[in-house]
Design a protein around this ligand. Structure first.
Ligand code: ZN
Length: 270
């Protein structure tokens, strides 16, 4: 880049900086073009982008989140491409690209990324329906899809809203496991007095409300078809309430006992 004041070629220089970013003091070293004669400092669009990324990485290191660089390194160590990491973390590939490129991940996504990249989380079983953990963004995505199919919002913060949303999720996860070999959300279910319900649903509901469904692995066509089928079979809260209470996987359980995904074959209302 040439100096706009006609001093010829400018020099590339790293300059130590300390800025307040998201309420934290962050130290980093952005790179700029500097004129040797008049001291003018300038960025081209490429430098501006890499400086923004450097700030994001410095911030993430400061607050204990994986930096974009660390995510790339961890992924490469496993020999994975971005798609493989997205799959393992149950997120969309666009999220992986954004995090590696400088977008700051939430604390809960950071925890999941760490588990995936260190290979520490390998629990895939009949409690999670062959997923490694419960994905709150995906729960929100599935509930949103039910909302579209039913033409009404089913995630409400009232007790009753919680009660019914959980039953739609129960069928979506169980039927997906039965027909596709994997649950949609990784949630575990227990037999509660008012029917099958997500483990700790009451504690989860606030987190689900604020979860970002754009972080979730997008729903496949097959998953969307299952959701539409369930919505068609149970158009209102009363019908799904009645159906789950007739399922033997529910009626043969003691209160609080888990309903396993391996029992999905015994479901008979859908
Ligand atoms: Zn100059």
């Amino acid at each position: 880049m040439d100096c706009p004041n006609n001093h010829g070629k400018m020099e590339l220089k790293k300059i130590a900086k300390e800025v307040t970013f998201r309420g934290r003091q962050v130290k980093y070293r952005p790179e700029h073009f500097v004129c040797r004669s008049c001291g003018l400092v300038a960025d081209d669009w490429k430098l501006a982008a890499s400086n923004q990324k450097a700030l994001s990485d410095a911030y993430r290191r400061t607050v204990g989140l994986l930096s974009g660089e660390e995510i790339v390194e961890g992924r490469k160590k496993l020999g994975w491409n971005q798609e493989q990491l997205a799959k393992a973390a149950s997120v969309g590939i666009a999220s992986v690209k954004r995090w590696e490129g400088g977008l700051i991940q939430t604390k809960s996504m950071d925890t999941i990324l760490r588990r995936v990249l260190t290979g520490k989380e390998t629990r895939k079983d009949s409690y999670t329906g062959n997923r490694s953990w419960v994905s709150l963004p995906r729960i929100k995505l599935v509930l949103g899809e039910f909302g579209k199919a039913l033409g009404r919002k089913i995630l409400r913060s009232s007790d009753k809203g919680v009660l019914y949303a959980g039953k739609y999720l129960f069928y979506a996860d169980m039927i997906a496991f039965r027909e596709l070999g994997q649950s949609m959300t990784g949630a575990s279910y227990a037999a509660m007095p008012h029917g099958p319900q997500l483990d700790n649903y009451r504690d989860l509901v606030d987190s689900i409300q604020v979860a970002d469904e754009r972080e979730a692995e997008p729903l496949t066509h097959q998953e969307k078809r299952i959701i539409r089928r369930i919505a068609k079979a149970f158009p209102n809260d009363q019908s799904i309430y009645r159906a789950v209470h007739e399922e033997e996987v529910f009626t043969d359980k003691k209160p609080g006992e888990h309903i396993l995904y391996t029992e999905a074959d015994r479901l008979c209302q859908i």
